[in-house]
Design a protein around this ligand. Structure first.
Ligand SMILES: NC(=O)c1ccc[n+]([C@@H]2O[C@H](COP(=O)([O-])OP(=O)(O)OC[C@H]3O[C@@H](n4cnc5c(N)ncnc54)[C@H](O)[C@@H]3O)[C@@H](O)[C@H]2O)c1
Length: 244
């Protein structure tokens, strides 16, 4: 997600710093000329807008928000691409809760039109307006929603994906037929098990946990086996070697 957000930002003409703890992930990000990659957060010192898109684990995001808050100018907005963690919890890690906001891009970022913009209780109107304007500059359509676990999109989507895993586990239909039935019946561009592979099964699991929902046993088992979907090469389907 981070590399996708960097790509659309660079394509819109912004100078981008892309940070990750993993050099391998940065190598796979295939940057445009106006993307610089780094494993040193200090390079963010002069940034004008920050978007965090690390793994969906609250403690990791809390640490990043604390560090960014100490590092960047006090007027800089700190946005998070979190799928489910309340923005208010991230804001609490900082001394600028009025400048913390959710910017939930969809996967794959360059292709998907919507960005859910999450306004927490203490997010200021100026922060909301700057973020909506930034999303539009990226060519996206922002939708403003309130702060609650899963926000709007994942509150509805992730339980559906989890239910598809239950249906598979109960043997009600093959994975292909579950996907075909949902595609043709609901007019979705891809079936739920394919979509779960795209989202990442670990990410689906983390979101279920943050939302306080019980994940399907098969979902937990596959994540424990390292079957994470497209990014690991295997999930409900085989994906071969995928570069990013
Ligand atoms: N996958 C999706 O469909 C999707 C859609 C919307 C939002 N999101 C959200 O985007 C975020 C990232 O999801 P993803 O699917 O790209 O996950 P991912 O597992 O593909 O990537 C996570 C990245 O975070 C990096 N990371 C781990 N610890 C870090 C740290 N301490 N500092 C900096 N980077 C660190 C990892 O090296 C990895 O590159 C999550 O919050 C997720 O909920 C995901």
């Amino acid at each position: 997600m981070g590399s996708g957000i960097a790509q659309v930002s660079a394509a819109a003409g912004f100078q981008v710093w892309l940070y990750d703890i993993s050099k391998e992930q940065l190598r796979k990000a295939k940057p445009l000329p106006n993307i610089k990659t780094t494993t040193d957060l200090n390079d963010f010192k002069n940034c004008d807008f920050c978007i965090e898109a690390a793994v969906e684990k609250p403690e990791i995001k809390y640490k990043i928000f604390k560090e960014l808050d100490a590092l960047v100018r006090p007027d800089v907005i700190l946005a998070s691409n979190t799928s489910s963690i309340p923005i208010a919890q991230l804001a609490k890690q900082t001394r600028r809760p009025d400048k913390v906001i959710g910017m939930h891009f969809m996967n794959p970022v360059p292709k998907m039109q919507c960005v859910e913009v999450i306004r927490a209780e203490r997010t200021s109107r100026e922060t909301l307006e700057s973020t909506l304007s930034f999303a539009k500059k990226l060519g996206k359509t922002p939708v403003t929603v309130k702060d609650a676990p899963g926000f709007v999109v994942n509150r509805i989507l992730i339980p559906m994906l989890n239910e598809a895993v239950h249906v598979l586990e109960e043997g009600l239909a093959s994975k292909e037929d579950i996907d075909l039935a949902m595609k043709l019946s609901c007019n979705h561009p891809m079936g739920p098990l394919t979509l779960a592979d795209f989202v990442g099964l670990d990410t689906c699991l983390y979101i279920m946990e943050v939302m306080g929902r019980e994940p399907a046993p098969l979902l937990k088992k596959m994540v424990a086996q390292g079957k994470l979907g497209r990014k690991s090469g295997e999930g409900f389907y085989q994906w071969g070697q995928v570069s990013s």
